[in-house]
Design a binder for this molecule. Structure first.
Ligand SMILES: C[S@@+](CC[C@H](N)C(=O)[O-])C[C@H]1O[C@@H](n2cnc3c(N)ncnc32)[C@H](O)[C@@H]1O
Length: 218
């Protein structure tokens, strides 16, 4: 799901690559063939240790690992920044599941990534994310959020739907939050002369949601 779009982006000139939330490092290892250096960061020290081990076993010299909360301990700017973000909005008691938990509406990490972009993305650089939009009272919360953050800022943003995800766990929590389902998205952001937003929807998803008459979990 991530390799294809990432390989398209890597056809451009990418020297400095930043992966936010590298986990065990599979993606960092893979993109290392395209860039001069990959800075692989994670908030979880154990994840970084595994990425380091994997780089060593595979004899990959151009991956640097840093413990960092998004950009907090990272210097410099990048040609490609990417992340398979922690995409789940979960009840409070699950917030120690850092692998998946992305805060309120899975937007906490997005805010940090987006707000640092002006400084961290090189002029011809690209940000590419895999993330989710929780549908709350029929409102697409990711689209609303992106509009709010980038409104009037010089960035071109593409939001592309990938698939629809039903909510199978924590039904009472989602019912209280008035969330019916979520949709996974690719997000691509580039610097541009002015603000531009493209929202690519898959008609099949909307048809399926309508035909299933998806309601709030009960
Ligand atoms: C969905 S996993 C992706 C792991 C790996 N890149 C992959 O695609 O398999 C999200 C990763 O983000 C990390 N993470 C969560 N919050 C973070 C933060 N604030 N800053 C940096 N990394 C974070 C988690 O520890 C986890 O490794």
């Amino acid at each position: 799901m991530m390799l294809d779009p990432l390989s398209q982006l890597c056809k451009q000139n990418v020297n400095e690559i930043l992966e936010i939330g590298c986990g065990a490092g599979a993606l960092a290892l893979w993109v290392s063939q395209f860039g001069q250096r990959v800075t692989a960061i994670d908030i979880n020290h154990r994840a970084l240790a595994i990425t380091e081990l994997n780089s060593k076993i595979n004899d990959i010299p151009n991956i640097v690992t840093i413990a960092s909360d998004v950009y907090s301990d990272v210097d410099g700017s990048f040609d490609l920044i990417f992340s398979n973000t922690p995409y789940k909005f979960l009840p409070e008691e699950c917030c120690d599941q850092m692998y998946a938990y992305g805060g309120y509406l899975a937007q906490d990490i997005l805010e940090k990534i987006f707000l640092g972009l002006e400084e961290r993305l090189n002029d011809d650089g690209v940000l590419w994310l895999l993330c989710s939009s929780y549908i709350k009272n029929n409102r697409n919360t990711l689209v609303e959020y992106v509009k709010e953050i980038f409104k009037d800022k010089p960035f071109a943003i593409t939001l592309k739907q990938i698939d629809y995800q039903p909510l199978t766990e924590y039904r009472e929590f989602y019912r209280q939050e008035e969330i019916s389902h979520f949709i996974r998205y690719w997000v691509k952001v580039k610097k541009a002369p002015g603000y531009k937003l493209e929202h690519i929807q898959i008609p099949g998803i909307q048809r399926m949601v309508e035909s299933l008459k998806i309601k709030l979990p009960s």
